[in-house]
Design a protein around this ligand. Structure first.
Ligand SMILES: [Zn+2]
Length: 416
């Protein structure tokens, strides 16, 4: 690594610590967003905070070049059991540096992955200030509300804000934790709800009612055993999977009632070329089969839809889903990403996400070639004692700077 990038350690730790301390749970990302808004004000570049609370910084160059967008989410997951943090002598939202590591909730997933691209953005701005010609546009984006797996922030960014700003990205780099790999694909996730209905009655005489739980049993059996067995695999994306994550029964335990409603929540992971519609149809077909054979069987299936409200107060209806995506690795910007990292001595291997990302929107919905790159260890995501190695994060700033220089044809060697 160029020694030049080591100068950012203190400032990086200071900005990251401020971000972690703001406890940026989903829908509470204002503290992190403020850091970037202030940063862009200082830099004197075009920037926005949109209605959803996303932050966008834009360096517009000459026409004839690509529009490259970096993207990361500002929200983090809750701490989980505090005992696990205390056993490590840590508080999740009180960041500390120990042995060259920065500890705190969200260091890995993924405050590092919005902070490092911001530092790289500044380096590109410096080159331009020193007379380099930028052909194309560099767009920094930090979005809200990724962790609930609904992509509220990324959807508002892509559906509305980028359109209003007339920004059409040709390539997106996410900063989700990848251990130095360049990940180019992700399995799909969709949350499906099956509502099974019965007839309420006194539970002292269950034969007078229709138990929704009993009617739900063959549905649960099929989800656990039969449908899962029909799972598909994909060379890059891996396995499909399906499991029940929640069951809600009403009227429930408080009363002596035969329940008339059983709501089953299904977490379905799928691979291409399966579509979300097909994952729902698979269940619908089975419900149709059951109702054809049992006049008392009544059920319906639908996707989970939630309403999310940003820290700005803006509310949006979103489906609980992270559609699958697969970027064509023959894309010139993907090749340049690998080349640029190799040129600076990094060893980016290719791979695929197991969990969900906002690539579901950029590549999944909009078809914009998307990759994810960072030096943070994905195994630490959502864990107690989450940390990243500060030296590695300086390499990540260098990595982002090198990739952007390569794509824009700027002279990386002139830095430092
Ligand atoms: Zn993440």
């Amino acid at each position: 690594m160029k020694d030049y990038f080591n100068q950012f350690k203190d400032e990086w730790v200071e900005k990251m610590s401020r971000a972690i301390s703001s406890m940026p749970l989903s829908e509470q990302e204002k503290g992190v967003a403020d850091i970037f808004v202030e940063g862009f004000e200082e830099l004197g570049v075009e920037h926005y905070r949109d209605k959803a609370g996303n932050v966008i910084g834009i360096l517009r160059g000459e026409e004839g070049g690509p529009t490259i967008m970096t993207n990361g989410h500002m929200d983090v997951v809750p701490a989980g059991n505090m005992d696990a943090w205390h056993a490590l002598d840590l508080e999740p939202f009180t960041p500390v540096v120990r042995d060259g590591k920065l500890y705190g909730r969200g260091t890995v997933d993924m405050l590092q992955g919005v902070m490092c691209p911001f530092f790289a953005f500044r380096e590109i701005k410096k080159l331009v200030d020193n007379g380099a010609k930028l052909k194309g546009n560099l767009v920094f984006t930090a979005v809200v509300n990724e962790e609930p797996a609904e992509s509220m922030g990324a959807l508002y960014l892509c559906d509305t804000t980028l359109q209003e700003l007339n920004i059409k990205p040709d390539f997106v780099i996410l900063g989700e934790p990848t251990n130095g790999y360049v990940l180019t694909a992700q399995r799909g996730k969709v949350e499906i709800v099956v509502d099974v209905y019965g007839k309420v009655a006194h539970s002292s005489a269950p034969w007078q009612g229709i138990s929704a739980v009993e009617k739900a049993r063959p549905v649960m059996d099929a989800i656990i055993n039969n449908m899962y067995k029909k799972r598909m695999t994909h060379d890059v994306l891996g396995f499909s999977a399906m499991t029940i994550t929640d069951i809600e029964v009403t009227p429930g335990r408080m009363y002596s009632c035969v329940p008339d409603h059983c709501s089953i929540t299904v977490d379905r992971r799928y691979v291409l070329p399966t579509t979300i519609e097909e994952t729902i149809q698979e269940i619908q077909d089975f419900l149709d089969f059951l109702s054809a054979n049992d006049p008392d069987f009544k059920a319906e299936v639908h996707q989970r839809i939630n309403t999310r409200t940003g820290y700005t107060g803006y509310a949006m209806e979103v489906a609980k889903q992270h559609p699958a995506w697969l970027t064509d690795t023959s894309c010139e910007y993907v090749k340049k990403t690998f080349d640029a990292l190799r040129k600076i001595g990094q060893d980016p291997k290719e791979g695929c996400f197991v969990a969900g990302t906002d690539g579901s929107i950029t590549m999944g919905k909009y078809g914009i070639p998307t990759v994810s790159y960072s030096m943070a260890d994905g195994n630490m995501a959502h864990q107690p004692g989450e940390f990243c190695v500060i030296d590695d994060e300086m390499k990540e700033i260098e990595g982002y700077t090198a990739i952007l220089c390569d794509i824009f044809g700027l002279d990386f060697d002139s830095i430092g």
